[in-house]
Write a protein that binds this ligand. Structure first.
Ligand SMILES: [Zn+2]
Length: 242
């Protein structure tokens, strides 16, 4: 019915506006620069980056484009995106910065995939996790997630590996250890029911998704976004359609 589709379109437009509203670099940079001056989509302040050790002339040396999430320090002629800013603020490398970000957002333990990850997880969880969730779409990480799941446990995958990639597991483990492997597309969400719940959780400060956002892209920048993803240099990237 035409009336129905119009109201659906309205709801989608409202939803898109809501999503744009909650994804905001302001809170990320203001967290580190609480006394910054905001005007015209820019944030200006004394640069807080410790390694820059600014002399304290009182002039704002840091400028942030809040639409793109990019910062520039004029004293040192150094700039970058939100993750680079995080690295400089905490004096850590990207992979480490992501783990620290996870810890700040409530993770109790952080283990990087690969290497001894399985042994480490089995040790932290005294024999394997009851539930493991693989979200990056890498079959090797999924295999590690399966190996790190305990007897009777469930391994969930929400990533999208390349269609040519195969997963091999000990066949007997499914029965002998009563193991479950299951897929979850988009978190098995019902968007009309769940997205308003996520927005409410965000507003209550319980789901700080803005802290995971590292890049905003225009549609014509999508290839650069995928390249960044392949290099493992983005956490969450969002395409804006206007
Ligand atoms: Zn600086």
């Amino acid at each position: 019915m035409p009336g129905e589709s119009a109201s659906r379109r309205e709801r989608l437009t409202a939803l898109r506006a809501e999503i744009k509203r909650v994804i905001d670099y302001r809170s990320f940079y203001l967290h580190y620069c609480p006394n910054a001056h905001l005007s015209g989509g820019r944030l200006q302040t004394l640069c807080p980056i410790p390694a820059h050790a600014h002399s304290g002339t009182g002039h704002p040396s840091l400028s942030v484009d809040l639409t793109r999430g990019l910062f520039h320090c004029f004293s040192r002629d150094e700039g970058g995106d939100a993750i680079r800013f995080y690295e400089l603020m905490h004096e850590v490398k990207f992979s480490r910065a992501v783990l620290e970000l996870a810890r700040e957002l409530g993770a109790s333990h952080c283990v990087a995939a690969g290497g001894d990850a399985v042994a480490e997880i089995r040790s932290i969880t005294a024999g394997g996790a009851q539930t493991t969730i693989e979200t990056v779409g890498n079959e090797l990480v999924l295999a590690q997630a399966f190996a790190a799941t305990r007897r009777g446990g469930t391994t969930v995958t929400a990533g999208l590996p390349h269609p040519s990639k195969m997963l091999s597991v000990p066949a007997v483990s499914l029965v002998a250890e009563e193991r479950t492997i299951k897929g979850s597309y988009m978190g098995s969400a019902v968007p009309s029911r769940d997205i308003p719940r996520y927005v409410a959780l965000y507003r209550a400060g319980l789901l700080p998704v803005d802290r995971l956002l590292t890049h905003r892209l225009r549609l014509d920048e999508i290839n650069a976004g995928f390249d960044r993803l392949a290099r493992g240099e983005g956490v969450r990237q969002v395409v804006l359609f206007d």
